[in-house]
Design a protein around this ligand. Structure first.
Ligand SMILES: [Zn+2]
Length: 346
């Protein structure tokens, strides 16, 4: 494989400087590598037992406004040299099988200011053969999330005629999380809300919970991939199956800059639910694969626990589900209102 240079942006429109530049090269599996720390603005990656063709790197030399890379062959080893053009770029190396990545990250990631919310992407979790969690009597999470998403969409449309409300799915179809995120990114949504139901071996747990991402986290890289791709820190064991997916996490830090706004959105929904007397657990920050790569504030809302007998019954009751939808809409509306206040009053 020829070396490839990939740039990852929060959004080229908002933030023209990439958050991350990743140089990918294939190396023999026996090659040992060592990344020396920066000397000035240059960093060196030695690959013992590997060969490179320096001209393959020619096109990469001036590819980026933030880093340049070049390669040379020395006896017994290949040497890659990276040069940063911004002092806030850090370098690290990751490997997966025969693929080696020299990664330049901007640190700390820039924080993005809140923009007026004009478009909202609602995501009904799971679908198709992915039923999600199930209650004891067989109710599937995918059906509850779709009903709830439709209710929330209807209410948002009634309440905010100037906001476009989009749904990642409107029928019972299988949709990988990457396609949900890509839809939201490509439609330039201003907020992303993914609806789910929780499940735990502890059947006493109940309540709505809003979650937002941890910095640099992704379900894949943390090795937790089962269910919604999340193990909440305070009820570990609830989803603890599945193993490390391996490979290189994609996009993994691209969402980091939106975390403060995501936290505020999670807080708004949580407060609104609590204010309406809905059992509500504290918003929680966790590795959430389903929010990975989002270029906007995004949260996951676990509407309740399908493992709790009382809540499982409530979640299929129209009145209760409508109450949940009202609370979610009120929370979103508070966030929308804060996004439209003149600067300095947020
Ligand atoms: Zn789910």
């Amino acid at each position: 494989m020829r070396p490839r240079l990939r740039k990852e942006f929060v959004s080229p429109m908002v933030m023209p400087c990439p958050l991350r530049v990743r140089l990918e090269i294939s190396v023999p599996s026996h090659a040992d590598w060592m990344l020396a720390p920066f000397r000035g603005d240059s960093v060196t990656l030695s690959l013992r037992g590997a060969t490179v063709c320096p001209s393959d790197f020619d096109s990469l030399l001036t590819d980026s406004a933030v880093v340049a890379v070049s390669a040379r062959q020395e006896p017994g080893r290949a040497v890659l040299a990276g040069h940063r053009r911004r002092p806030d770029m850090q370098a690290r190396c990751t490997s997966s099988g025969a693929l080696l990545s020299l990664v330049f990250d901007r640190f700390p990631p820039p924080v993005i200011p809140l923009r007026p919310v004009l478009r909202i992407m609602l995501d009904a979790g799971h679908g198709g053969v992915d039923a999600g969690a199930r209650s004891a009597d067989g109710t599937a999470e995918k059906d509850i999330t779709l009903s709830a998403a439709r209710m929330v969409a209807t209410r948002l449309n009634e309440r905010h005629r100037d906001i476009e409300v989009l749904l990642t799915r409107e029928t019972d179809i299988l949709l990988p999380s990457t396609l949900r995120v890509e839809q939201a990114n490509s439609r330039a949504a201003d907020a992303f809300i993914s609806l789910h139901c929780n499940w735990s071996f502890d059947k006493s747990l109940r309540g709505l919970r809003a979650g937002f991402s941890s910095p640099g986290s992704s379900g894949r890289s943390s090795g937790v991939v089962a269910g919604d791709g999340v193990v909440w820190p305070d009820d570990s064991g609830s989803r603890a199956s599945g193993g490390p997916a391996g490979g290189i996490a994609r996009w993994d830090n691209a969402h980091d800059s939106w975390i403060p706004l995501s936290q505020s959105l999670a807080g708004s929904v949580s407060d609104a639910a609590q204010g309406r007397g809905i059992p509500t657990r504290q918003p929680l920050q966790a590795p959430l694969a389903i929010l990975e790569g989002l270029s906007m504030p995004g949260i996951m809302i676990e509407l309740g626990y399908l493992s709790n007998p009382v809540e499982a019954r409530d979640l299929v009751t129209l009145d209760y589900l409508e109450g949940l939808a009202d609370a979610v809409v009120e929370g979103i509306s508070r966030f929308v209102a804060s996004s439209r206040q003149p600067e300095g009053q947020q």
